[in-house]
Design a protein around this ligand. Structure first.
Ligand code: NCD
Ligand code: ZN
Ligand code: ZN
Length: 344
């Protein structure tokens, strides 16, 4: 049995850092685990311009703990009206991607895209400039069952989008179904996917075990066991199309434990430990290094990190709550014992 895991220093290819006091509360956890992170733009108001992304990057760098070695990779929030000129400005400002939120699909997505065809001019410019498109892949039509929204998105949006924009690099974010995993597996080298720790570790029963458990509620929502199995298989397949993206999405505890609970799981405190547990569960610890440290930078066309991190088999108890500005934040699995620990 392996007791020590030495991994290439990994990156988080899908992360929510929020802003202001919330940002200052959560950033140190990610900066400790990861060298870089793709920072999601769904602030209020959303980060829709290069100038806003540059300012947000400045606030993130200013909030970093003394001596931290961490690089935020910035994204813009795609809207129906993103001008072609903004794509060039984004490229020049070092922005790496734009994020597609179908309007109303998830947390802070009201300003999202109402019809993907409205964005085709911007997407063509992105294809030209080499900016990636990151996708929250769920349709929002009221007649589509919540648990089917991702599978329907593959047929209604992904296939036509890929046909129209074949050389645009697309990351299907936080995939949750066998349909999405299969779609990405079968697609060409311009399509990849991120997978979260919660979707590798849990099926939808976790939301309902002994009562309604808001901290297991995120979007896309956890699915049936057969889907979790398909995600594990994809993550551990060795295919370079699948890589780590935590989707760590902090919401104050009082807003999670509420009559209307916001969507998002906060996993930044123990992200690598959770992934290690998932990979070990299927005897695939040897596949974690490439999933966490190689496939992401390779797809983005960025250098892999030099250096390593070390995880040790050592039981420790995850704090049940951590400060979140003036409020509290409850990590997924808070108060429980984890078997892996990031030690360096
Ligand atoms: N995943 C979530 O459930 N929530 C994310 C938004 C998102 O990634 O869809 C958030 O910003 O809270
Ligand atoms: Zn999302
Ligand atoms: Zn997200």
């Amino acid at each position: 049995m392996t007791d020590t895991l030495i991994l290439t220093r990994p990156d988080d290819w899908h992360l929510h850092l929020r802003d202001e006091a919330a940002l200052a509360s959560v950033l140190p956890y990610t900066a400790r685990q990861f060298a870089r992170a793709i920072v999601m733009p769904n602030l209020r108001p959303p980060v829709t311009t290069a100038a806003q992304a540059v300012a947000y990057r400045g606030r993130i760098l200013a909030a970093l703990p003394e001596g931290a070695d961490f690089q935020p990779l910035m994204t813009l929030y795609l809207t129906d009206n993103t001008p072609v000129d903004e794509i060039r400005r984004a490229k020049d400002a070092g922005v790496v991607a734009l994020k597609l939120y179908p309007a109303g699909a998830t947390t802070n997505s009201d300003a999202g895209v109402t019809d993907i065809r409205k964005t085709y001019k911007a997407l063509e410019a992105m294809q030209r400039e080499g900016l990636l498109l990151l996708v929250h892949g769920e349709v929002t039509d009221g007649d589509v069952d919540v648990f089917d929204r991702e599978a329907v998105f593959v047929e209604r949006v992904m296939r036509p989008l890929r046909a129209a924009m074949p050389e645009l690099k697309v990351v299907f974010e936080h995939i949750t179904t066998k349909e999405a995993a299969q779609y990405v597996m079968d697609s060409d080298r311009f399509t990849a996917a991120t997978i979260t720790p919660q979707h590798l570790l849990y099926n939808r029963n976790a939301i309902f075990t002994g009562g309604l458990r808001p901290h297991y509620y995120c979007l896309p929502v956890l699915k049936r066991e057969e889907h979790r199995q398909a995600l594990l298989k994809a993550a551990a397949s060795g295919s370079a199309k699948f890589f780590l993206g935590t989707d760590s999405a902090p919401h104050a505890a009082q807003l999670k434990e509420n009559s209307v609970c916001g969507a998002g799981c906060f996993t930044a405190v123990s992200a690598l430990e959770l992934y290690a547990e998932a990979f070990e569960g299927i005897g695939a610890l040897d596949k974690l290094d490439a999933f966490a440290g190689h496939h992401g930078p390779d797809f983005y066309g960025l250098p892999r990190n030099t250096g390593t991190v070390t995880l040790q088999r050592e039981p420790w108890t995850l704090p049940s709550a951590v400060p979140f500005g003036e409020a509290q934040l409850k990590p997924l699995r808070g108060g429980e014992t984890l078997n892996w620990k990031l030690i360096a």
